[in-house]
Design a protein. Structure first.
Length: 452
């Protein structure tokens, strides 16, 4: 999970090096960043189903090997086209690997222990995101063996080897009690729906929003609706639909998915904007920009570990508290930017980013537990695939939508002051979105996160 999250953000840090060394165009860079997220998101539900079918441990180990090999291909790429292709494969292999993590937790831990296990999953996911900035910047600054940007991909090879050995020795066998059949029509429908939404959101700004982007966006929901109708019909006729629709009848699961989307939408866009502000706006080197995110990383890590205590005392209201604290921190970013303007110093953002880390650290791991705590082990793969798809779609949508707002606010001649103003605009939208997320969490039964 750490590797998959790390590779989302480390590439953002490496973008200037990619442009310099490989002469990557803007469109290719969007595909290198966004193509990974798209393949990752679109393959999640199918990856979860494969775990149900072949066993979670087996699919996890297959996914780890494939992800490490795809990372190797990224690291040895000699042209933009090769790197784009390798990144697409890497995203797809991540989709085979990551759902098995949640499925293994859900299938092997009893309900009383599951909340703590899911909290550590949330810690790992968040650390993967923030470490992409910190460790990615460090790898680039150290320039180990002269590898430059290649190091952020090649580091996955030894880490993958260690994970494979550890999983072979430590991870128990676990599989669904059902033996579901594959659903290729459902897989194409879900992936196609996500593609129709994510591709224009990723490429639309650079292409100046031509007609095809709006046509694609307008077709995404109808295709998804048709896919759901097909899945219902398949279930009525005794088939095994890819989308486990009975899961959505559970209010906890459905409301939790909406809140998960909102939190990851915010976190994805926030990290993207913060990276651009620190490096392009304030002129920080990658490593220094990474160091300046340490308050966020530290508070997120500590509060993620302490999160189960909040959940035990407050139940699902701990998620509401976390979302509101993150919203206050985001409003604090807007205030800090408006106060200092073009005189803004990166460390002046630290109080607001630290508070965001506190809020996200409380909310995100507890929310994952609230969504999956009462899922039956037989449905673990399907539920994990849907949840991780929602998270990745949230991240990709946040980067695309708030990124478009951010770039639109920069204007034709961006400077230090315009970068700060663009941050204020994007973060104001994010803060409002977090308030909406906090309201949605009130639909969660209080005991869902309490581990009772």
């Amino acid at each position: 999970m750490f590797m998959a999250g790390f590779d989302i953000w480390a590439v953002n840090v490496a973008a200037p090096s990619l442009v310099r060394d490989l002469r990557v165009s803007d469109a290719s860079l969007q595909l290198i960043v966004g193509g990974y997220a798209f393949m990752y998101a679109s393959g999640m539900v199918t990856g979860g189903r494969l775990g149900d079918l072949f066993g979670y441990r087996r699919m996890f180990m297959i996914g780890v090997v494939a992800f490490a090999l795809a990372s190797l291909l990224c690291g040895v790429s000699q042209s933009p086209g090769e790197l784009v292709a390798a990144r697409l494969v890497q995203g797809l292999t991540g989709a085979a690997m990551v759902p098995q993590v949640l499925a293994l937790i859900t299938a092997t831990f009893p309900p009383a222990e599951r909340v703590r296990a899911l909290a550590w999953y949330g810690v790992t996911m968040g650390l993967g995101f923030v470490s992409g900035q910190i460790l990615g910047g460090g790898l680039l600054s150290l320039n180990v063996f002269g590898l430059s940007w290649r190091a952020i991909f090649l580091v996955n090879v030894p880490v993958g080897a260690a994970a494979l050995i550890a999983s072979w020795k430590l991870v128990p066998h676990a599989w669904s009690k059902r033996r579901p059949r594959l659903d290729p029509v459902g897989a194409i429908g879900v992936s196609g729906s996500l593609a129709l939404a994510l591709v224009p959101l990723t490429l639309g700004r650079d292409e100046h929003w031509p007609v095809w982007t709006w046509v694609s966006l307008s077709l995404a929901l109808p295709l998804l609706a048709l896919t759901v109708l097909y899945e219902r019909r398949l279930a009525r006729h005794g088939g095994d639909p890819l989308l486990d629709l009975p899961l959505f009848r559970d209010r906890t699961f459905s409301a939790g998915l909406v809140a998960n989307f909102g939190l990851t939408f915010f976190f994805g866009s926030f990290m993207f904007v913060l990276t651009l502000l620190l490096q392009s706006g304030l002129g920080q080197q990658p490593f220094h920009a990474g160091v300046e995110t340490l308050p966020l990383a530290a508070t997120f890590s500590v509060m993620s570990i302490l999160g189960p205590r909040f959940a035990a005392r407050l139940g699902a209201r701990s998620i509401t508290l976390g979302a509101l604290l993150a919203a206050i921190g985001t409003f604090g970013l807007v205030y800090t930017g408006s106060r200092y303007g073009h005189h803004l110093n990166a460390w002046e953002l630290a109080p607001a980013t630290a508070l965001i880390g506190v809020g996200q650290g409380i909310a995100l791991p507890s929310l994952i537990g609230a969504v999956l705590q009462h899922v039956q082990p037989a449905r673990a793969g399907a539920a994990a695939g849907i949840l991780t798809t929602t998270q990745q779609f949230g991240i990709a949508s946040g980067v695309a939508i708030i990124g478009a707002v951010f770039y639109g606010s920069l204007g034709a001649a961006p400077g230090r002051g315009t970068f700060v103003h663009a941050m204020e605009t994007g973060m104001l939208i994010d803060a409002i979105a977090l308030v909406v997320v906090a309201a949605v969490t009130l639909l969660l039964p209080k005991r869902a996160s309490a581990g009772r």
